[in-house]
Design a protein around this ligand. Structure first.
Ligand code: SF4
Ligand code: SF4
Length: 205
């Protein structure tokens, strides 16, 4: 199973309210997740904007939200992991083509035939190419949590940026987040700030 990243791996970009009606259909869920991942891909900000995001306070919501990754692996199946420049550079330096189990296998592919964006390859069953038989992330096993793509490290945490503040909240598509299991979100703030992920994931509300 995938191991915790900064404090949990992973990625699924859809909102529980949006998807409530789709949960009975795995196919519909997969399509919905892929579409919404695309809408929330990591993006870059201007240096000024980045500076603001890095220095401004990030607050949790005025409700208690709890989460700690339980390594269920759900977010490593059927999702599209979009890779940014940093992710691609890390993956290149990891030289997966030299690992015996990845020889001759693509780990990064184009998102679509004509698209420029690169994503992690998937296995035939829709699982991430790096998810091993034991349900663990091979990148994490070999190189540690910080070596994984940013989306994997961030999920299910999300930052919503308002005019004068930023809010840290959870994506409820993670079953552990939906069940409010784990530490309260304020405990995740410090590691998140240290991780360098804040500016990559702050989104305008
Ligand atoms: S879905 Fe949630 S609990 Fe399961 S592996 Fe992903 S982050 Fe961890
Ligand atoms: S790289 Fe793949 S296996 Fe690893 S955490 Fe991300 S989605 Fe899961």
């Amino acid at each position: 199973m995938p191991r915790p990243a900064i404090d949990g791996p992973h990625t699924q970009y859809y909102d529980s309210y949006v998807c409530r009606g789709f949960l009975q259909s795995r196919t519909s869920l997969t399509i919905t997740v892929a579409i919404l991942i695309c809408l929330e891909a990591p993006h870059t900000h201007s240096p000024e904007r980045r500076a603001i995001l890095l220095t401004r306070s990030i607050r949790t919501l005025p409700v208690v939200e709890k989460w700690d990754c339980q390594c269920c692996g759900l977010c490593c199946h059927g999702n599209t992991i979009i890779l940014d420049k940093d992710d691609l550079s890390k993956l290149r330096s990891q030289q997966w083509e030299k690992h015996p189990e990845f020889r001759g296998m693509k780990t990064v592919v184009r998102e679509s035939l004509l698209g420029a964006r690169r994503v992690l390859a998937k296995r035939a069953d829709g699982a991430c190419v790096f998810l091993n038989q034991e349900g663990r992330c091979r990148i994490h096993e070999s190189y540690g949590a910080v070596a994984k793509p940013a989306i994997c490290r961030m999920f299910p945490l999300q930052i919503v940026t308002l005019d004068h503040t930023s809010l840290l909240t959870l994506r409820r598509s993670c079953p552990t987040a939906a069940a409010d299991h784990g530490r309260t979100l304020d405990k995740h703030l410090a590691p998140l700030k240290r991780s360098g992920l804040v500016d990559r994931f702050a989104s305008s509300a």
